[in-house]
Design a protein around this ligand. Structure first.
Ligand code: NAP
Length: 502
């Protein structure tokens, strides 16, 4: 793949496209520019190099935008709000469908770009960075067309649901396209306008999405993109105000901070935070299938996945067997260039992430755990072999804290009640997986787990991605996907004695 990465003037576009994609017109994306009010702009100050974690190559640059730039983006979103929110929902939905068409037309290019930015194997990237976001756009468009934006309650009052206003969207690096679209689609469907601050590690796919918005002639100011570091650009945006809702996906630590700042301003915050999700395997389950599926779902994107099942809870009597199956499955991973056929695990996203993962493994060993795998493949690189950790106490750091890397902990339970106790013994509650050979038992178990999503016997996200996603406890506030996501971006008004109900 030839990935051009020259640093140029903002209005001089650079093609990020492979020569192998015959028949598809490459989308050109601007270098080192923010997108405000429908214009690409160069901004003063240092820019940030975007580095491919698989090989260290600089792929491009984006501005580290200052507070004044963020304020201009907010103003552009505010200016666009009245017109956008007044349009019929069906018209807004048409834009989402157009965006889905554009995303699909350039899906391979976007998947390759995202794989190169994050290190995700291309097959995974095609599924979650291209195909899934297009489905989310289309399903949200469909929901917006039929949603009851206006209704009457039993007292005769009219209840309207109106756009909450300008949204500040702050997203992480791990599934970057999906996480942006999971905010953009419902926000726009609701009639909100958006200022987006993507992760510092993976901003180029956000530039790509902004280009797609331009491509489909989304009105200027409806989507604005401001790049930069969280500590500077993100902090300035959050503290600068001017938004009516902040929708954040990221770590508990930063989410807590953003929620507090939003609270001071009495502005709504939806927070999609971390997880330490359990996979609960009962004694009547198919152990081999449960363990292999858990390993697969835990190690997607090298384990850098918020809802990864990272705590495998199996009957204690079968723990050794489960560890052997998991270790064999982990050893089968092929680490390498994410764009190469056959690669099943890429690098970790950054040196910080690598050091964090290795630190957790070192601490686990120091606490007496058995760690199978988990070695750094190349002393200067970011490739870490997946690790299976066992013989570890319930309160060990590696059991309690989110590692965000290819680390699966296997714990034994003494029966269903003990399994439920262990599963719920976490400050997080984002997701869970339950396994039983008895459907009624699995259904009962699912209802006992404190998590926003529970998956039974390995089921994955359905082709229609509308089921709510979000956390109990410290995994967050609010939901993404489907009608619940749309409602997060709506304000409710009651009109008593409405003279002309529609
Ligand atoms: P993070 O460090 O919290 O960063 C998330 C975003 O916040 C990034 O854009 C970051 O910018 C920005 N940021 C950092 N400090 C900020 C500040 N003071 N003010 C405003 N913005 C700030 O999280 P991450 O490391 O990117 O992502 C991993 C975390 O996200 C994990 O905990 C994972 O579980 C969670 N996650 C949750 C979900 C979910 O749906 N529940 C989905 C995916 C990931 P920089 O990139 O420049 O630091």
């Amino acid at each position: 793949m030839e990935l051009h990465a020259r640093h140029r003037h903002a209005r001089e576009p650079v093609t990020l496209m492979t020569a192998t994609q015959a028949g598809v017109v490459a989308l050109t994306i601007p270098q080192d520019a923010v997108f405000i009010g429908g214009q690409w702009e160069k901004v003063p100050g240092e820019s940030i190099a975007v580095v491919n974690p698989a090989n260290g190559a600089v792929m491009g640059r984006v501005p580290n935008a200052d507070a004044a730039t963020g304020a201009r983006a907010m103003a552009a979103a505010r200016t666009a709000l009245d017109d956008w929110s007044a349009r019929p929902p069906a018209e807004r939905a048409d834009f989402l469908d157009a965006l889905a068409d554009a995303l699909e037309a350039h899906g391979e290019q976007l998947a390759r770009l995202a794989s190169s930015e994050i290190g995700m194997p291309l097959a995974e990237s095609r599924a979650v960075q291209a195909s899934l976001p297009a489905k989310v756009l289309r399903s949200t468009a469909e929901i917006a067309r039929t949603f009851a934006f206006e209704s009457r309650d039993a007292s005769g009052s009219t209840i309207t649901r109106e756009a909450v206003g300008v949204v500040l969207g702050i997203t992480p690096w791990n599934f970057p396209v999906h996480q942006i679209i999971a905010k953009l689609a419902p926000a726009l469907a609701a009639g909100c306008t958006l200022v987006l601050k993507p992760a510092e590690l993976t901003p180029l796919n956000a530039v790509f999405i902004a280009r797609l918005c331009e491509e489909v002639s989304l009105p200027p100011g409806v989507v604005n993109l401001v790049t930069g570091t969280g500590a500077e650009t993100g902090e300035a945006l959050v503290r600068g105000g001017g938004y009516d809702l902040v929708s954040f996906t990221g770590s508990l630590k930063i989410g807590r901070h953003i929620g507090a700042v939003a609270g001071e301003q009495v502005v709504r915050a939806t927070l999609e935070l971390g997880g330490k999700s359990p996979a609960v395997v009962l004694d009547d389950a198919d152990l081999e299938a449960a363990v292999r599926t858990t390993v697969k779902n835990c190690f997607t994107n090298a384990g850098q996945k918020c809802n990864a099942p990272t705590r495998l809870l199996v009957p204690e009597a079968r723990r050794a067997e489960a560890v052997a199956i998991a270790t064999e499955a982990a050893n089968a991973y092929v680490l390498g260039d994410p764009l190469e056929d056959g690669t099943t695990m890429g690098p970790l996203a950054s040196p910080v992430q690598r050091d964090k993962v290795l630190g957790f493994l070192e601490a686990a060993r120091a606490e007496g755990a058995t760690v199978n795998g988990g070695d750094l493949v190349d002393p200067n690189g970011l490739f870490v072999r997946p690790a299976i950790v066992t013989d570890v106490a319930e309160d060990a750091t590696v059991v309690r804290e989110e590692v965000f890397g290819p680390v699966l902990v296997v714990l034994g339970h003494s029966g269903e009640d003990d399994a439920v106790r262990l599963a719920n013994d976490s400050e997080y509650g984002l997701s869970a997986e339950v396994w039983s050979g008895d459907e009624a038992r699995a259904a009962r178990l699912a209802r006992r787990i404190k998590a926003g999503q529970v998956r039974v016997n390995g089921v994955r996200t359905p082709p229609l991605p509308i089921s709510p996603f979000g956390g109990y406890k410290r995994s967050g506030l609010g939901r993404e996907m489907g009608p619940f996501a749309l409602e997060e971006f709506l304000e409710v008004k009651a009109i008593l004695g409405d003279p002309v109900p529609s």
